[in-house]
Ligand binder design. Structure first.
Ligand code: SAM
Ligand code: SF4
Ligand code: F3S
Length: 509
């Protein structure tokens, strides 16, 4: 089955959008909620896209709750619908555009319903064009304007918009982040992207890189440890370029920039990503164990996989043995047109260095097939790369032209049928590699953080032993039988069987 990096939460069926009873709002204009007159709205957030959006939505939900709103059971009973969009491929945008008719009819039936559209589909520019594309929407907010949501709706308790990196700390300190998972938490550390990938909309939608202050990140990590989180995932489009935009600080005078690829970066005297990992890992209990047992991060860029970072990954016990390192193509000419500014051999050398430093490391990647000018031979080089690197998992997608990006000026010259064919060939190859890589784990014991039940028992009654799922430190999906009390615990599991996408095992001593 085709696997994509984009995680879409399912949208309810169209019928579910029929309006339910709602309090009346006094004006159809944008600043519509006059809080003296109306009941505070019940809201529903529809989140598309990657972990950044999931984390942003947690923050928006927290801000709405802090302002006195409540969460609706679903879209049908909501007075306020917030759509957190993804623009990475046209198909992601079409999902939302395709819902405009239903939302428009729901608004006609109940004029008090308000729809806010935010996320990566909202970029600076023509508001008129946005309104034509998304006619049911009342308010558009760019990702960096999400902190204004409550104020722009005129809701009580509204705070003034703050700069993004600082607003997060305020929200965390006020307990106003509505985290969706009690075991594993997102922790955004850097917003935006400064890279030069010609196909990608993210620098346009999320703006330049802005790092959160080092002490704010550490404070949030400590608060997560106190709340008992077993796993924290540091988030950013390029987490590992963290810190270059922060002021110099005497505490970090030993830090030196270590980039060998891409544009040069001035990290001297600033907290770089390796320093940040060491700082979070250094938060220990009385026995010397990291208070956050599992520390992960996505996404990393090859430019910033420095020797300092590899050393930190090798030396910090909480940092999991998994790296998601997008390659995008196995052909140097395609990489050049993509603006990735590295060669295949430079990338492979990085992976070799990493694996030498951390032998249990699992590596996953992203690939785009059918980019402008990709020949059969170039595509074959991508397949060859997959065969030689042997990734645990590959997230692959067909190239989708994004208006406004540099690649939109290149010919989209690989026909859709060939893109599909290449995607299928790549996924078939990777299925075999995934199976073989997983097979090597049979008979070994891994620590699994149990995340939930795989499926409920037939008939809905609770069985004493359930099929549970979790992840090992290498981020492999592991199924096992056990009591539901294990959810949230890290347990040793002996692997008995392997498939291309998951392992199956049982609890062991
Ligand atoms: N910042 C990360 C990086 O360096 O690759 C990931 C960014 S993006 C949110 C996730 C993936 O979407 C990319 O790695 C790329 O494979 C894919 N992607 C981005 N733009 C695309 C496009 N125009 N068409 C198809 N896939 C795209
Ligand atoms: Fe997009 Fe490239 Fe930035 Fe990743 S590094 S978000 S692929 S521009
Ligand atoms: Fe999509 Fe924006 Fe994430 S374009 S993948 S939601 S950064």
């Amino acid at each position: 089955m085709r696997q994509l990096p984009v995680l879409d939460l399912p949208m309810p069926p169209a019928a579910a959008l029929q309006p339910a009873r709602r309090p009346s709002a006094p004006t159809p204009e944008l600043v519509e909620y006059v809080t003296d007159d109306v009941v505070m709205p019940r809201f529903h957030i529809w989140t598309l896209g990657c972990q950044m959006n999931r984390s942003d939505s947690e923050e928006m939900a927290g801000a709405l709750v802090a302002a006195g709103c409540s969460e609706a059971e679903g879209m049908a009973t909501a007075d306020l619908i917030v759509i957190d969009t993804c623009a990475i491929r046209e198909s992601a945008e079409q999902k939302v555009i395709g819902r405009m008719g239903v939302l428009g009819r729901a608004k006609e039936a109940d004029p008090s319903l308000r729809v806010v559209l935010t996320g990566c589909s909202v970029r600076d520019g023509d508001q008129g064009a946005l309104k034509r594309r998304y006619p049911a929407v009342d308010l558009f907010l760019r990702p960096d304007q999400q902190t204004e949501l409550v104020a722009r709706l005129g809701l009580a308790g509204a705070t003034t918009a703050d700069r993004l990196p600082h607003a997060r700390a305020t929200a965390v300190a006020a307990g106003a982040v509505r985290r969706q998972d009690p075991i594993s938490a997102w922790l955004p550390i850097i917003y935006g992207c400064d890279k030069t990938c010609t196909y990608c909309i993210v620098p346009l939608s999320r703006g330049p890189e802005r790092s959160r202050p080092y002490d704010d990140v550490l404070a949030e990590a400590r608060s997560l440890a106190e709340l008992g989180y077993q796993e924290v995932t540091l988030l950013g489009q390029n987490v590992n370029s963290y810190g270059h935009d922060l002021p110099r600080d005497a505490r970090f005078e030993g830090v030196r920039g270590g980039r060998r690829l891409g544009r040069s970066l001035d990290l001297d005297g600033r907290p770089d990503f390796a320093t940040l990992l060491r700082g979070i890992d250094g938060h220990r209990d009385a026995d010397g164990h990291p208070r956050i047992p599992r520390l992960r991060f996505v996404t990393s860029h090859p430019w910033d996989l420095t020797d300092q970072l590899i050393a930190a990954m090798a030396e910090c016990p909480s940092v999991c043995e998994h790296l998601h390192l997008p390659i995008q193509s196995g052909d140097d000419a395609v990489l050049r047109r993509m603006g990735r500014q590295y060669t295949v051999s430079a990338y492979v050398e990085l992976v070799d260095r990493l694996r030498a430093a951390v032998p249990e490391m699992s590596v996953t990647t992203d690939v785009i097939v059918g980019f402008s000018g990709e020949t059969d031979a170039a595509f074959q080089r991508t397949l060859d790369l997959l065969s030689s690197v042997r990734y645990e998992k590959v997230f692959a997608a067909a190239f989708s032209v994004r208006p406004g990006t540099p690649a939109a000026r290149l010919p989209d010259d690989v026909p859709p049928a060939i893109k599909r064919e290449r995607l299928n060939a790549l996924l078939a190859l990777q299925e075999g590699i995934g199976q073989a890589v997983h097979q090597q784990q049979v008979g070994r014991v891994f620590e699994v953080l149990v995340e939930g039940m795989r499926r409920t028992a037939p008939g809905g009654h609770v069985e004493p032993v359930q099929q549970l799922s979790g992840r090992d430190r290498q981020h492999r999906l592991v199924h096992l039988d056990g009591p539901v009390e294990l959810i949230g615990q890290r347990v040793p599991v002996l692997i008995e069987r392997a498939g291309p996408y998951a392992l199956v095992g049982h609890l062991t001593a």
